[in-house]
Design a protein around this ligand. Structure first.
Ligand code: GAL
Length: 452
């Protein structure tokens, strides 16, 4: 295999979005408040006071958005289901109007030959559950499984595979440890129960979904970790960071145990929240697929001050950067994928890239076109790296780019644009960018090649 043009025949092409980032319509059809509705109302929490109140108005414009996906020739669409639309207070009976919306969306996708790949939790917890402790509370895992059952009951006959959680690492660290995302808690290492309770929620929901014959995946944010030097202190710090970022949310699922967190002074029972039988539940019969969200590698050095975290983040120099300032290292994706295969061996299920993309400061030019060449370069480089990993024997089944549309980028509001399609947030006008045409042509050429 030389590059992206040689990916296997059955390789799937997709795009990803998430409910709070695109839907808007936060007060409609019985949706209850989520932790993000509460968080965005806090002064200073989100850049320029932006909120997801209207976002891309996808709730009303989903048919137009499905038409854009059809124009790309996609195989799959990864979106998330807003728990507060299904159970406005996080428990109890279903809100039929919420289920109806996702049914309309799923049916619209299937009608044009696009396979729905829903994520059940992409960070928008019902506020009522947060009031009871959120993911710090073990009970939330059980509520999650009930919610999964309600959704599967309605859509399970049309959805072949589900993603339980999106980036439980980011939700724990940004949401509960650092307070950058909702629910805005700043608990540092006391946030660790959030890891266990999300994973327990995954295990409980996975059992419910599997009973119905569905496939179960998770989408983990993973990053190759580079020690800043080969000095033992930097190497040890990198291993400690790797345990937190990569292993904490993947080892229990694939190996049935937590990684060594002794560098953090944390025992294997994560502060007492792991109960007998939990790890068996979390691992279950294994994952049907591992979703990998990859954006960039992380460079780690020994901590400069004693007594704090056992690592310090170091800058990656000499590479291009996205508008967000993230380093662009396409080969990091190959390194990550090969590293996962080497780490987990036979325990590693097939991989799907469930997110990869970049923000570009792109706006329509005089003729109305949006020339986002840096995004095309980013996607091409990462798909070549993916193809290189496949050539090295890693089983990668598909690629879902983040994102279809410019959308609400969490704490950055509407500042960072990740879409293949430009959105004017005043008029809601959608304008496919140059990268949209590039992706469409790449998918089309892949089909033609394999139709021969
Ligand atoms: C991921 C997240 C997405 C999106 C993306 C770009 O961490 O799952 O929702 O925001 O990053 O920052």
């Amino acid at each position: 295999m030389r590059d992206r043009r040689d990916l296997p025949k059955d390789f799937s092409w997709g795009v990803s979005t998430a409910a709070y980032q695109v839907e808007g319509a936060v007060g409609e059809d019985g949706r209850g408040p989520s932790i993000w509705d509460e968080f965005v109302a806090r002064p200073g929490a989100v850049r320029d006071g932006h909120t997801g109140e209207f976002a891309c108005d996808h709730y009303h414009r989903y048919a137009e958005d499905v038409a854009l996906m059809r124009g790309l020739g996609l195989d799959g669409y990864r979106f998330s289901i807003a728990w507060p639309r299904i159970q406005p207070a996080g428990s109890g009976p279903a809100n039929p109007a919420g289920l109806d919306f996702y049914e309309r969306l799923v049916d619209a996708l299937l009608a044009v030959g696009i396979t729905p790949l829903p994520t059940l939790f992409h960070w928008d917890l019902p506020q009522a559950l947060e009031d009871g402790g959120g993911w710090l509370a073990r009970d939330t895992a059980y509520r999650f499984a009930e919610y999964a059952e309600i959704v599967a009951e309605r859509l399970g006959d049309r959805v072949p595979a589900w993603i339980t959680f999106n980036e439980p690492f980011v939700h724990m660290v940004y949401g509960y440890a650092l307070g950058i995302h909702a629910p805005g808690r700043t608990l540092m290492l006391d946030a660790l129960p959030v890891a266990h309770h999300q994973l327990l929620g995954h295990g409980l929901a996975a059992a419910v979904l599997r009973e119905r014959g569905a496939q179960v995946m998770i989408a983990n944010n993973l990053s190759p970790v580079w020690p800043a030097s080969q000095e033992p202190a930097d190497v040890a710090a990198a291993a400690a960071y790797d345990a937190l970022h990569n292993r904490l949310f993947t080892d229990p699922l694939l190996l049935g145990r937590y990684p060594d967190l002794s560098a953090y002074g944390v025992a294997p029972d994560l502060g007492g929240c792991v109960r007998p039988g939990d790890l068996e539940l979390i691992a279950g019969p294994g994952l049907d697929g591992l979703g990998v969200n990859y954006y960039n590698p992380t460079r780690i050095a020994a901590p400069t001050e004693p007594g704090g975290l056992p690592f310090a983040e170091a800058a990656i120099e000499g590479v291009p950067r996205t508008a967000f300032g993230w380093p662009v290292v396409p080969d990091g994706l190959r390194e990550l994928l090969v590293g996962l295969r080497d780490r987990y061996g036979d325990a590693l299920p097939p991989i799907t890239i469930t997110e990869n993309g970049c923000s570009v400061a792109d706006e329509p030019g005089p003729g109305g076109t949006v020339l986002d060449q840096p995004r095309i370069d980013y996607l091409a480089g990462h798909l070549d790296a993916l193809a290189a990993a496949v050539a090295e024997g890693v089983d990668v089944r598909g690629y879902f780019t983040w994102s279809l549309l410019d959308n609400f980028e969490w704490a950055e509001g509407y500042e960072q644009r990740f879409g293949l399609v430009h959105v004017d947030f005043t008029t809601q006008r959608r304008t496919p960018k140059a990268s949209y045409a590039w992706y469409r042509d790449l998918i089309g050429a892949h089909r033609v090649r394999h139709a021969r």
